[in-house]
Design a protein around this ligand. Structure first.
Ligand code: NDP
Length: 450
C-alpha cells in the first residue's frame, strides 16, 4: 500500500476508534485513490488526505421537547459540516434511533464525494438525531422538529449550510422545520432547506429524484456493459421509503419487473410485479408496514426478518437495488445473490453493501453502481431546487427530470472514464472515488491551507 495512504489510514483509525461506519467509509475511499496519490507526490506535504478525513466542524446539541403525555423527552442531535470546498455544506437530516457520531461522519464524508460528482457547486454535510419518528403523533413530530430547528437555525443558511431530508425526514418534517426557521429568522430564505413542499418553494421531481436518478445511472451502466438494459430483467429493491418507491416506479417504466420490496421487519415478494400504487398508499398515506401488502394481494409472500441478513437478498433476481440503510447487504447476502445469478447491484442507500460484500461482487464480475454516484440524483435535484429558489422561478417536472437524467448520465461517464484511466476496468466503485477525489484535491490545493 502507498506509504502516505497507509499512514493516514492508521492515524484515522487511532483517532476514531469507536466509529466503525466512519472508518469503513474512509478506508474504502483511501484504498481506491492510491494511484492518484502516487501521481501527486505534493499531496503529502499539503496534508491533503489528513484534511480530507477531518470534518471542518461537528456540532452536537440537545433537543428537548414535550410528548403527548406531557412528558419531557430529550434527544441528541448532530450537524457535521464536513467540507465547504466547492459550495455551502449540503446533505440530509436523518431521524432514526441508530443515529450517532460515527454514522453522521460517514454520511458527511460520503456526501462530499457525492456532491463533487454531481458537478454542481455544493459542499458536504450531514445531520440528524436519534429521535424515532415511528409511532409519534403529528403534534409530537412538530414539537420535535421545532425544537430541533430552534438550535440548528443558528448554524445554517442558504449560503452556509443547506440541510435536506433523509431517513425519517420527509416532506412533513422539512415543512415543520422550515416554518420554525422562518419564524425565528424573520426572513423568507427559501434556499435554506431542500425537499420543501411544492406550495412553498420545493422543486418538482425532488421527491422522485433519488430513485429516478439511481435508475438512470443503472441504465447507463447496463448499456456500457454489453448494451444491456432493464427490459425483461427481474429486480429486487430493499426498503419501501422515498428512494425505494421511486426506484421501483422508474425501473418499471424502463422495462424492469420489480418483484420485492421490504422494510426493517421483513420483505414482500410478488412474482406478478409490485403493485406500486398500493405500496404508496401503505407507506406514504397510512405510514403502515410493508406486510399490509398481503391484505390486498393474498398470493404475494411475506418473509419476516430474523437476523442481520435481510430475506430479500435470498430472492432470485437479475438486479438488486439496496435502498434502505447502511451495511444491509452482508457477505452472506452477497454470496446468495451471486449464487442466484445477480448481474448488477445499484446502491440507492448510502453504503448499503459491507466492504466484504462489495469486494465479493467485484471479484465475481457483478457490476456495482456505488452509492456516491448512483444515489447522487437526490442531492443534485436539491441543488436545482436551490437554483430555482435563488431565481424566484420554477422549472416544470419535465425540465427537472431532464436535467437529472443528464447529470446522472454525466456522473456515470465520469466514473467510467476515471476507472478506465487508472486501470480499474469497469470497477465503478474505484472510478467514483477517483473522479470525486481528483476534483476535491484540486480545489483544496487551489484554496491554500485553510
Ligand atoms: P425513508 O425513511 O423514506 O425509508 C427508509 C426505508 O429503509 C424504510 O423502508 C425503512 O424501513 C428502511 N430502513 C431504515 N433503516 C433500516 C434498518 N436499520 N434496517 C432495515 N431497514 C431499514 O428513507 P430514504 O428512502 O430517504 O433513504 C433510504 C436510504 O437512501 C438511506 O441510506 C439514505 O441515506 C439514502 N439516500 C436518500 C436520499 C433521499 O433523497 N431521500 C438521497 C441519497 C441517499 P422502516 O420503515 O421499517 O424503518
Amino acid at each position: 500500500m502507498n506509504k502516505y495512504v497507509e499512514r493516514v489510514l492508521e492515524e484515522t483509525k487511532k483517532k476514531n476508534p469507536n466509529e466503525p461506519e466512519y472508518l469503513q467509509a474512509v478506508e474504502e475511499v483511501l484504498t481506491s485513490i492510491e494511484p492518484v496519490v502516487e501521481k501527486h507526490k505534493e499531496f503529502e506535504q499539503l496534508g491533503i488526505l489528513e484534511r480530507m478525513v477531518e470534518p471542518e466542524r461537528i456540532i452536537t446539541f440537545r433537543v428537548s421537547w414535550v410528548d403527548d403525555k406531557g412528558q419531557v423527552q430529550v434527544n441528541r442531535a448532530f450537524r457535521v459540516q464536513y467540507s465547504s470546498l466547492i459550495g455551502p455544506y449540503k446533505g440530509g437530516l436523518r431521524l432514526h434511533p441508530t443515529v450517532n457520531q460515527s454514522i453522521m461522519k460517514f454520511l458527511g464524508f460520503e456526501q462530499i464525494f457525492k456532491n463533487a460528482l454531481t458537478g454542481l457547486p455544493i459542499g458536504g454535510g450531514k445531520g440528524g438525531s436519534d429521535f424515532d419518528p415511528k409511532g409519534k403523533s403529528d403534534r409530537e413530530i412538530m414539537a420535535f422538529c421545532q425544537a430541533f430547528m430552534t438550535e440548528l437555525q443558528r448554524h445554517i443558511g442558504q449560503d452556509v449550510d443547506v440541510p435536506a431530508g433523509d431517513i425519517g425526514t420527509g416532506a412533513r418534517e422539512i415543512g415543520y422545520m422550515f416554518g420554525q426557521f422562518k419564524r425565528i429568522r424573520n426572513a423568507y430564505e427559501g434556499g435554506v432547506l431542500t425537499g420543501k413542499g411544492l406550495s412553498y418553494g420545493g422543486s418538482l421531481a425532488r421527491t422522485e429524484a433519488t430513485g429516478f436518478g439511481l435508475s438512470y445511472f443503472m441504465r447507463e451502466m447496463l448499456k456500457a456493459n454489453g448494451n444491456q438494459s432493464f427490459a425483461g430483467k427481474t429486480v429486487t429493491i430493499s426498503g419501501s421509503g422515498n428512494v425505494a418507491i421511486y426506484a421501483c416506479q422508474k425501473v418499471t417504466e424502463l422495462g424492469g419487473k420489480v418483484v420485492a420490496l421490504s422494510d426493517s421487519n421483513g420483505c414482500i415478494y410478488d412474482e406478478n410485479g409490485i403493485d406500486l400504487d398500493l405500496v404508496k398508499e401503505i407507506k406514504e398515506v397510512k405510514r403502515g408496514r410493508i406486510k399490509e401488502y398481503l391484505d390486498v394481494h393474498k398470493d404475494a409472500k411475506y418473509m419476516e426478518r430474523t437476523d442481520e441478513d435481510s430475506p430479500i437478498w435470498t430472492i432470485k433476481t437479475d438486479i438488486a437495488l439496496p435502498c434502505a440503510t447502511q451495511n444491509e447487504v452482508t457477505l452472506n447476502s452477497a454470496k446468495k445473490l451471486v449464487e442466484n445469478g445477480v448481474i448488477a447491484v445499484g446502491e440507492g442507500a448510502n453504503m448499503p453493501c459491507t466492504k466484504e460484500a462489495t469486494e465479493y461482487f467485484l471479484e465475481k464480475g457483478v457490476l456495482v453502481g456505488p452509492a456516491k454516484a448512483a444515489n447522487a440524483g437526490g442531492v443534485a435535484t436539491s441543488a436545482i431546487e436551490m437554483s430555482q429558489n435563488s431565481m424566484r422561478y420554477y422549472y416544470t417536472f419535465e425540465e427537472v427530470d431532464k436535467k437529472l437524467d443528464g447529470i446522472m448520465t454525466n456522473i456515470f461517464k465520469a466514473c467510467k472514464d476515471s476507472a478506465e484511466e487508472y486501470g480499474f476496468g469497469n470497477n465503478y466503485v474505484a472510478g467514483a472515488n477517483i473522479a470525486a477525489f481528483s476534483k476535491l484535491s484540486e480545489a483544496m490545493k487551489a484554496q491554500g491551507v485553510v
